[in-house]
Design a protein around this ligand. Structure first.
Ligand code: NAD
Ligand code: LMR
Ligand code: MG
Length: 669
């Protein structure tokens, strides 16, 4: 990935960092790092880098723009800090470990607490990577990276995402491998083993029996301007692995790590939350080590009250924060979204994020097969939050492109769930499913199972969001491929073991003709499908909402949009679709890969911000009108994993902090 080089800010314009600091009480606590309070840092105007500082800074991956260096979220320049000694070493945001400079070691009381050699971030990455590699399996690697994150934010995020033009090319090569370890699919294993692997709590646990405490418990995380992005789950439908109770906190943590990795959301301005409502997972209830509430899920009025109390408290305490709902149960995901989407800036990743990324992949697929949305006939297997979210997004796009009604557009989409094809004859369809139900009479005497529907409909796109592994059988896929030169087949159920078919099998059954994207990372597939039977390698796109949700979040946060509208989501789809490698090369993957994800996020954010402005919902002032300027404005406000020189806050600064009059990073330490 090539990054534009923007001239670095002169020292007098650099600064304006943002970081989480410790309150004096929190610093005194043995668990201080969990109670750390994020605070935007006051702009620092003077900086004289020593040569050692210069060495570590020289690996800075992105040059900042002098023009927008004054923005509150701009994070270049020195970082003010009042923590010293072991408290400083134990704070992941400030800790640099062996990379603390000589001067910093003197200023912050670190001599004697660190071995003598001063190392660079690259050397630290090399060591971390060797340790990472020595772990026996992906879950052990995930545990290692979690512990790295608790020690040193910069090292963790830098080790995960290193760009081609940075000196640490070593890791670039392994990036996809690491992505799948910190996120899907390995994060699923970490969540299932949460109570066994637990070392330190990360995030905020809100208990259904303590509804009256919600505001107080949430308030520990910062002051009103401190939080930009909240991910909340109730743990009921994690990936495709079902109810994971309090362990769901890790999906909030993982999604937030991705917002930082992929979109530069400041890691100390985010808040992972789990609403612990009990669990219906008997294995967890029987597990003596289970950490959550040991009781069956509380539902109904009390559940709704917890969600509402949480949303209201979050809005009151952190009025600038965007709320991302993740992995709620089928009955609640869309219902909660429908309640709040017209009131606050919120987003459901499984419904909307999945809908956006899948529509982008379909548009890229249709481009390759030289078809249009009006030619699309799509079968979705698994009509839950994700399946219906995709159906909605695609239906709206068909209607828009063809100038037809949504009702007519929905005729091009067939939903299948446990009872088979959703038809008007089936009781208990949700309102969202009902719009896609086919007339019962049309299907009498016909097979309504997957194969029957494929035979009857002859779709050119098949999407799996069912959690049923192997549902896309050879017969099903071959039947599709009989009628279409380039059938689009996307097994999206996560984690990998739940994919409806393996990408390699789909390609084998279709002689390499299928346009495949999967919900988790998949290895490239080789086959003798080239001209003259030559062996070719086909890269399989990952169709995961991670391609799009970080950019949507970045756009919503930077524009401080009052809502997330349909227009903003459509803009996000365009942003992803435009970045599809398949637009330029029909043999390339349908979606951009993780190596360019930050560029994709900038593009998505730019379009989302524009749409928010057009809808009159952006409340941030000074959003540039010119696209190039807007990109610069966005990049300037993305957090980069680089070490910044630390500047000790003097007593006056610390006491101003204690009185809360000045936004200074750090505490009395
Ligand atoms: N790739 C992505 O970005 C992405 C995004 C969201 C969800 N997902 C995956 O999609 C899957 C579903 O997630 P969700 O949030 O929609 O869950 P959900 O529980 O809301 O929906 C699953 C649906 O599949 C149906 N189903 C289950 N077994 C079936 C069967 N044998 N035949 C037909 N239908 C069946 C269920 O009845 C339900 O309606 C999960 O595995 C999840 O990881 C992937
Ligand atoms: O978390 C993911 O990998 C994607 C999606 O949100 C899911 O629930 O599967
Ligand atoms: Mg999800």
């Amino acid at each position: 990935m090539i990054w534009p080089r923007i001239p670095r800010a002169p020292p007098h314009l650099a600064g304006a960092g943002v970081a989480r600091s410790l309150s004096p009480q929190a610093a005194a606590s043995p668990h201080h790092h969990h109670l750390a309070i994020p605070r935007p840092q006051q702009r620092q105007v003077t900086a004289t880098a020593s040569s050692a500082q210069h060495r570590t800074m020289s690996t800075q991956p992105e040059q900042k723009s002098p023009k927008y260096g004054h923005l509150p979220l701009s994070t270049s320049g020195p970082l003010e800090c009042a923590l010293k000694g072991t408290v400083l070493l134990n704070h992941p945001y400030f800790n640099k470990g062996s990379a603390f400079t000589k001067q910093e070691r003197r200023d912050f009381g670190l001599i004697g607490l660190l071995p003598a050699c001063i190392q660079t971030l690259d050397q630290q990455i090399q060591r971390a990577y060797e340790q990472y590699r020595s772990r026996a399996d992906d879950l052990a690697k995930n545990v290692f990276l979690t512990s790295l994150k608790e020690q040193n934010d910069v090292l963790y995020f830098r080790a995960d995402v290193v760009r081609c033009d940075a000196p640490s090319k070593l890791l670039q090569k392994h990036l996809p491998e690491m992505f799948s370890v910190v996120y899907t699919p390995t994060e699923g294993d970490a969540i299932q083993n949460y109570s066994r692997l637990f070392r330190r709590p990360q995030g905020c646990f809100l208990n259904i029996h303590d509804i009256d405490r919600v505001e107080e418990d949430l308030s520990q995380w910062g002051r009103p301007e401190d939080i930009d992005y909240i991910v909340v789950t109730d743990g009921e439908e994690i990936l495709g692995i079902g109810d994971q109770g309090a362990g769901g906190i890790l999906i909030s943590v993982a999604k937030l790590a991705l917002t930082t990795l992929c979109a530069g959301i400041h890691p100390n301005r985010t808040l992972p939350v789990v609403l612990d409502c009990g669990t219906d997972n008997q294995d967890l209830l029987d597990d003596p080590l289970y950490l959550g509430l040991r009781e069956r899920r509380v539902r109904g009025e009390q559940y709704d009250r917890l969600v509402d109390t949480f949303v209201k408290a979050a809005r009151k305490l952190y009025p600038r924060a965007y709320i991302h709902f993740e992995d709620f149960g089928l009955d609640n995901a869309r219902r909660i979204l429908d309640i709040y989407k017209s009131k606050i800036p919120c987003f459901n990743d499984d419904v909307q994020g999945t809908g956006c990324v899948t529509l982008a992949a379909i548009m890229a697929g249709l481009h390759v097969s030289k078809q249009k949305l009006c030619d699309l006939k799509m079968v979705i297997f698994g009509a839950g939050s994700a399946g219906v979210g995709i159906a909605d997004q695609v239906r709206d796009a068909i209607a828009e492109e063809g100038g037809i009604s949504k009702e007519d557009a929905s005729k091009q989409i067939w939903l299948i769930d446990k009872p088979g094809l959703l038809t008007t004859g089936i009781d208990n369809l949700s309102a969202a499913q009902r719009g896609f139900a086919k007339p019962k009479a049309d299907w009498s005497g016909k097979g309504t199972d997957l194969l029957g529907v494929i035979r009857e409909v002859r779709p050119n796109a098949l999407i799996g969001t069912s959690t049923k592994p192997g549902a896309f059988t050879e017969e099903v896929v071959r039947e599709m491929a009989r009628h279409h030169a380039r059938p689009i087949v996307m097994p999206l159920s996560n984690p990998t073991r739940l994919h409806e078919a393996r990408p390699a099998d789909i390609l084998r059954w279709t002689d390499g003709r299928a346009l495949v994207a999967a919900g988790s990372p998949a290895d490239p597939v080789k086959g003798a499908w080239g001209k003259d039977g030559k062996e070719v390698t086909i890269e399989v796109a990952e169709c995961n909402n991670s391609v799009v949700f970080p950019g949507i979040g970045l756009g919503a946060v930077l524009s401080r949009s009052r809502l997330v509208t349909e227009k903003m989501l459509v803009a996000a789809v365009e942003g992803v679709a435009e970045a599809s490698p398949a637009l330029k090369d029909p043999t390339a993957p349908l979606l951009p890969g993780v190596d360019v994800v930050r560029d994709v996020s900038v593009r998505v954010a730019r379009k989302v911000i524009r749409a928010a402005v057009e809808d009159g919902l952006a409340t941030e002032e000074g959003i540039p009108r010119d696209d190039k300027e807007l990109e610069e404005w966005i990049r300037e406000q993305m957090w980069d994993p680089v070490y910044r020189p630390l500047k000790l806050v003097d007593k006056a600064g610390a006491s101003r902090l204690a009185r809360g009059e000045m936004r200074v990073v750090g505490s009395l330490g």
